[in-house]
Design a protein around this ligand. Structure first.
Ligand code: FES
Ligand code: FES
Length: 154
């Protein structure tokens, strides 16, 4: 066990944890944040994605001890109900979610992609989101929402 301080959504939190424990467990179990989801636990679905210093990161395979002073942002830190991120607005406008389980991963991955460069071609968007899974098959609605947000962010 070690004493580990994480900066998450702009606030510092100190927890006692095994440094090898996945960041996802710290976020969900120690900090009570429910947006990063446990899907596969093997870096294969993206449901657990958060930003670590702006990079879309699969928290299920990221040891909590490796995060250090990097800034972690979750879906809750991306926008607020009063000031939503353009992707959050677009997901509502396009009525994307079915069960909603995967949505955290799609939005967090797309946000990192568009924040680096919102002027993305269709192929770049598809390639950037290729490693994500949605069992409900909302892929076409997701693409509409990401393109809608990209226009807003450009
Ligand atoms: S739960 Fe992390 S990639 Fe599936
Ligand atoms: S909306 Fe259900 S898994 Fe994607």
């Amino acid at each position: 066990m070690a004493r580990i301080t994480l900066n998450v959504d702009g606030a510092n939190h100190t927890i006692d944890a095994d440094p090898d424990m996945p960041l996802l467990y710290a976020l969900r179990n120690d900090l009570g944040l429910n947006n990063p989801h446990f899907g596969c636990g093997l870096a294969q679905c993206g449901a657990c994605t958060v930003h670590v210093d702006g990079e879309a990161t699969r928290s299920c395979v990221t040891p909590v001890g490796s995060v250090g002073s990097a800034k972690v942002v979750t879906l809750a830190g991306l926008g607020t109900p009063e000031k939503p991120h353009p992707l959050q607005t677009a997901y509502v406008a396009e009525q994307v979610p079915q069960c909603g389980y995967c949505i955290n991963g799609w939005i967090m991955t797309a946000a990192a992609l568009l924040e680096k460069n919102p002027k993305r071609s269709d192929k770049e968007i598809r390639d950037g989101l290729a490693g994500l899974k949605c069992r409900c098959g909302t892929h076409m609605a997701i693409l509409r929402a990401v393109k809608r947000a990209a226009k807003e962010m450009a």
